[in-house]
Design a protein around this ligand. Structure first.
Ligand SMILES: [Zn+2]
Ligand SMILES: [Zn+2]
Length: 134
């Protein structure tokens, strides 16, 4: 199964653009084995300069949806009674795990001036120059 979605909203505050990937489903005696590989990008706020930027995310996972409670794995996933597995909540969790704890718009983001709040990636304020000359 191939997926290619321009934009997918997992929840109000988690929107992924250019979401594409694939899922392989195999039937095993215990349940349905899902092997997925997805990538996309999402808007994050940089912890240093507070600017929004696009963060690439990629995940691959393997999860078994068990047919019965006896076969359930640590993740506790069961094939629903109607047989329709909803992958979105699972994919959401895997993608959220991929988000950086301290998102940075760029590895060497200069952040904001502590005095005037200017974004030092785009502007140079007098304070930055003063600090640099010390
Ligand atoms: Zn930044
Ligand atoms: Zn400043």
């Amino acid at each position: 199964m191939q997926f290619d979605v321009p934009e997918f909203s997992f929840s109000e505050d988690f929107l992924v653009s250019h979401l594409s990937g694939s899922v392989r489903i195999s039937r095993t005696p215990q349940g349905l084995l899902f092997q997925g590989d997805f990538h996309g990008d999402t808007v994050q706020e940089c912890v240093r300069c507070l600017d929004e930027y696009h963060q690439d995310i990629h995940t691959d996972f393997e999860e078994l949806f068990a047919f019965t409670r006896n076969n359930v794995t640590d993740s506790g996933l069961l094939v629903p009674e109607d047989g329709q597995v909803d992958l979105a909540p699972l994919l959401r969790e895997y993608l959220l795990l991929e988000l950086p704890i301290k998102p940075l718009c760029q590895p060497d983001c200069k952040g904001l001036c502590v005095i005037c709040g200017a974004n030092l990636n785009t502007t140079v304020c007098e304070h930055a120059e003063a600090a640099a000359s010390v």
